[in-house]
Design a protein around this ligand. Structure first.
Ligand code: SF4
Length: 372
């Protein structure tokens, strides 16, 4: 079944490490954007079955519950959305109130993914985040009160000045709050990130690579013992609460993306919408195409991507199944290049199944580069 991704490109303030497609919130632009997004969804729908809808951003929780309802209604009228579809709203703690959470729940959202990043105020401040750890805790309480039984929290590790003890503090705080799902991301500093300059100016340090590796392994172990199973390099969940939407990206499935900069992959074709919000709105209003790039994926590319993304999952891949799907012998093709990783214990082959070990996950990009 298809997944739908709806991009909401507005934020209350811009974090100093952020490289996403987003801009500062403007009520006037938001009104026009919601109308454009609704029009794009209505025009695209052909009644296909959909079992996940994901509002990502930016900060989708800056939309009002009525706007979320309106967009979900457009999805339901244009696609055949299953009764138990997973409907996720990415939410930043500063936008949450009890009323808004209740409104989102009533509008049809059944999963909230909070961008918490850290439970230490000094770390949040260094990242340019505008919420505090206390606000994040309160936001989770508000979501629970509103009846959400499926919550996810994002944490970021390898932050400037972060010690292992600080990271443990955030992981333990997450466990105490007990969401159903958690994502642990490594801070990535893109070349012109303002945070990079800030780090240099302030003389902040980043933990050595080895410490970062230890932090990652320690947290997965700690989360394991607290009942969270790792199912992807950066994601853990209580059993049955894995993100069904994100699994589509890793399991070679199909999705449609709506909104500025959104990507879609369907029937072996990938396309991307124009990234600029104003251009997206004006093109839709003028009845012009909003597609900036479109390419047909070759069988080779699809195979490489299926392997590259599928091996991010802890269960790995059944190479026979992938081979049948793409009409090739995967091991004959890549076995020689993969053997050093197997010898080093970074990858494990059990029958036709191949997976990365936890140590291998630390070097996933290097190991998986044999496919691309
Ligand atoms: S809230 Fe998220 S999308 Fe918005 S600026 Fe910060 S990191 Fe980027």
């Amino acid at each position: 079944m298809l997944g739908l991704y709806l991009h909401i490109p507005f934020c209350s303030s811009i974090c100093n490490y952020c490289n996403f497609n987003r801009g500062l919130f403007s009520g006037e632009v938001k009104d026009r954007y919601v109308a454009a997004l609704e029009a794009e969804i209505v025009a695209a729908g052909r009644g296909e079955s959909v079992d996940t809808i994901f509002f990502g951003g930016g900060t989708p929780s800056l939309l009002d519950p009525d706007e979320i309802r309106r967009l979900l209604t457009a999805c339901r009228n244009s696609f055949s959305v299953t009764a138990n579809a997973e409907v996720t709203l990415e939410t930043n703690p500063e936008t949450s109130t009890s009323e808004r959470m209740a409104g989102f729940r009533a509008a049809g959202v059944n999963r909230v993914s909070f961008g918490v990043q850290s439970f230490r105020d000094d770390e949040l401040k260094r990242l340019g985040r505008i919420h505090s750890a206390a606000r994040a805790r309160e936001a989770v309480r508000e979501a629970r009160q509103a009846g959400f039984a499926n919550l996810s929290l994002d944490l970021m590790m390898w932050l400037p000045q972060q010690t292992q003890a600080h990271w443990c503090e955030s992981v333990d705080a997450l466990i105490e709050i007990s969401p159903e799902h958690a994502s642990l991301y490594l801070l990535e500093l893109y070349p012109n990130a303002p945070l990079k300059e800030e780090i240099a100016r302030s003389g902040w340090s980043l933990a050595p690579d080895d410490d970062a590796a230890e932090m990652y392994l320690w947290s997965l172990d700690r989360l394991d013992r607290a009942g969270y199973g790792q199912y992807e390099i950066s994601n853990v969940a209580r059993r049955g609460f894995e993100s069904r939407h994100n699994l589509k990206y890793w399991q070679d499935a199909e999705w449609l993306g709506f909104g500025c900069g959104a990507h879609s992959t369907r029937n072996g074709v990938r396309w991307k919408n124009v990234a600029a919000t104003d251009e997206y709105i004006s093109r839709l209003r003028a009845g012009q195409s909003i597609v900036a790039e479109r390419r047909t994926l070759s069988r080779e590319t699809r195979l490489e991507e299926a392997l590259f993304t599928g091996l991010r999952l802890t269960e790995g891949l059944d190479l026979d199944v992938v081979g049948q799907r793409y009409n090739t012998d995967v091991w004959a093709r890549y076995g020689t290049s993969l053997q050093p990783s197997l010898d080093a214990g970074l990858a494990v082959r059990e029958g036709s199944r191949l997976r990365l070990s936890r140590d291998g996950m630390l070097l996933a990009n290097e190991i998986l580069s044999v496919f691309v």
